[in-house]
Design a protein around this ligand. Sequence first.
Ligand SMILES: Nc1ncnc2c1ncn2[C@@H]1O[C@H](COP(=O)(O)OP(=O)(O)OP(=O)(O)O)[C@@H](O)[C@H]1O
Ligand SMILES: [Mg+2]
Length: 320
Amino acid sequence: MNVSTLRGEADTPILDVAGLNVSFGTRAGDVRVVRDMSFRVARGDVFAVIGESGSGKSTMAQAVMGLLSGNAMTTGRITLAGQPILSLSPRARRRLCGERMALISQDALAALNPCTTVGFQIAETFMVHRGMSRRAAMRRAVELLAQTGIPSPEERVHHYPHEFSGGMRQRALIAIALALEPDLLIADEPTTALDATIKAQILQLLMRLRSELGMAVLIVTHDMGVGARMADRMLVMYAGRAVETGPVTDVFDVPAYLCAPCSRRCRVSIARARRCVRSPARRPRRRRSRTGARSIRAARWRCRNARRNCRSRSRSPMTA
Ligand SMILES: Nc1ncnc2c1ncn2[C@@H]1O[C@H](COP(=O)(O)OP(=O)(O)OP(=O)(O)O)[C@@H](O)[C@H]1O
Ligand SMILES: [Mg+2]
């Protein structure tokens, strides 16, 4: 596979996911977590995947990155810059994905190695992928920490993850993700567990870096505000399915799917809309036998504003 050939294909979407299914083998049987998901991310676009906790957002992101655990079964088609990646050997896939896309994972502390300095974790990327010497790679690590707004980067580069604050760890993860200047950055809840000020700073940083580097961003979040503020296009996930997709304004202004009252209210107040869902603990159970339509109907008893038509409205999976 020739990476430079792929870089010439300016018109193909950077990411094309078609009919993606992910299930996990468990003692109780197979659990289908992602069902028939299809969407495309254009080059340079910001695409948000939003959905409540447990709807399968991180699983979908990990399936794209090839980071699922051993009990996962993935079917469908994932194309990165025109190259189908599910059929690649693990080695070829690692190489392509390492060069072309990067993930900022949901838990910054768990994603960083506690036994190695942050600087070395950034430098390692250059040493492995670019064959740089340790000294040169550490210099690049200092530059990246500075680019992501970490103060005193020459000093901080020698610190361990536990010596960083939550916001700084998130920046360190962003620095690692940006090291190889990927075409696609997948940011899985990049602002979870951060206070409002740091959250705003991280989002601003992502948007600044996105325009500086011209990369596409796939942002995964349960926060409609983050999706609305950052994205050009948006996909709503519910119980493993894509239930709505389109330009952000359309999703908020002309809600087409089950939670129409909630989405309509989003236009007035995104914060108030979140209260519509009664209890995240009463998430529909997913079984092998459960059909999509039944999963969707399960929404009805979870929302105070559900109407009769929430039950009857049903759609085939959508393609963004
Ligand atoms: N390795 C696994 N084995 C079995 N089930 C799993 C595994 N990984 C994830 N799941 C299940 O998949 C479902 C979706 O999890 P996922 O982490 O994708 O949700 P999410 O939408 O990212 O939620 P959150 O917003 O809380 O991060 C959960 O019910 C979870 O228990
Ligand atoms: Mg998640």
